[in-house]
Structure formats: C-alpha cells, structure tokens
Design a protein around this ligand. Sequence first.
Ligand code: COA
Length: 161
Amino acid sequence: MIKKAVYAGTFDPFTNGHDDILRRSLSLFEEVTVLVAVSPSKKPLFSAEERVAMLKDHFKNEPQVKVDSWAGLLVDYAKNNNIGVLIRGLRPTGDFEFEFQMASMNNKLYPELETVFLVTEGQNYYISSSLVKEIYNHGRDVSEFVPEAILERLVKKLGES
Ligand code: COA
C-alpha cells in the first residue's frame, strides 16, 4: 500500500479545481503533500512563501495534508521524501498529451514514482489560476472558483497591485 503522495502545481492561486482533486486523493493515501512549484517562468503573482502560507492556512485542520515548496525536479522531491505517487488532475481541455509526456519523463527519471490521474469534476473543467486572476482583474466576483482563505489573499494582493 502506497502511503505518501504528492500533488504539485504552481497554485497561483490554488483553486476549487485543485481543492477537489486534493480532497478526493485523501481517501486514497495516508498523507498528501501539496507541493508549491516555485515556477519563476510563470511570473507568479504570489511568491512561493505566500503560496505556502495560504495553503497552510487553508489546510490547517487537515492532518493528512502537508504543504511544502520546491524549485527542482518533482522526481527529486519524491525521491528525497520517499513519496511513491504523483497525483494529477485530468481535464478534457487538452491536458492529456502534456500529462502523458510528463508522466513518461518522470517515470524515466524515477521509475519508483507512479502517476495517478483523477478526473476533474464537471464544474471545475474550465477553471485555471490564470483565468481566475483575469476575471477578478476585470471586476467580476471569483468567490465560486477559489477557497475562502485564498480569496481573501487574492483580493488583498490584487488590490495592492
Ligand atoms: N482544476 C482546475 N484547474 C486546474 C486543475 C484542476 N484540477 N489542474 C490544473 N489546473 C490549472 C492550473 O491552475 C494551471 O493554471 P495556469 O496555467 O493558469 O496557472 C493549469 O491548469 C496548468 O496546471 P499544471 O499543469 O498543474 O501546471 P502548473 O504550472 O500548475 O504545475 C508542475 C506544473 C509544477 C507540476 C510541473 O511544471 C512540474 O512538475 N514542474 C517541476 C519541474 C519538473 O519536474 N519538470 C519535469 C517534469 S517532466
């Protein structure tokens, strides 16, 4: 039985789509690490430290969830932390080819890591972190797309910029 899994992403910000995948994975694994990828090439709105802080706040009552950040290869994080599964959410919006390539390369680099795909729920198919920021920047409410602890910080951050 594989006990430890990792759910990685840029999470700028973490959305209800991510939350759905993460919460469903908790019934499959004893411990799931939400791993914030630093992702400087995406020029994130929130620093990695800010993303970790808001995720720790959001999951403060979930003992199964750990939050961490990483600037290297995912496979190296998994190896260093004895993690056997990478969780990915799959959407019917063109994810498959990229996911297949990433899973194959990760398997080549570290065969002990299995990728497990969870199918994204219907109401989350069309959410992405960039779209949430864009919609908010155009003055529309995004509260149905992000968890409350994240929304508060998003409103504050975008209000400052
Ligand atoms: N519901 C809603 N939105 C979702 C979602 C879901 N279930 N799953 C993903 N998304 C969104 C994300 O918010 C993201 O939106 P954005 O592009 O607007 O920011 C988009 O879909 C793409 O998500 P994802 O593919 O998870 O990209 P990411 O940038 O969040 O994370 C990493 C990608 C970090 C997991 C990947 O680049 C990685 O593994 N990096 C580490 C380096 C490495 O190991 N590289 C070699 C890999 S072979």
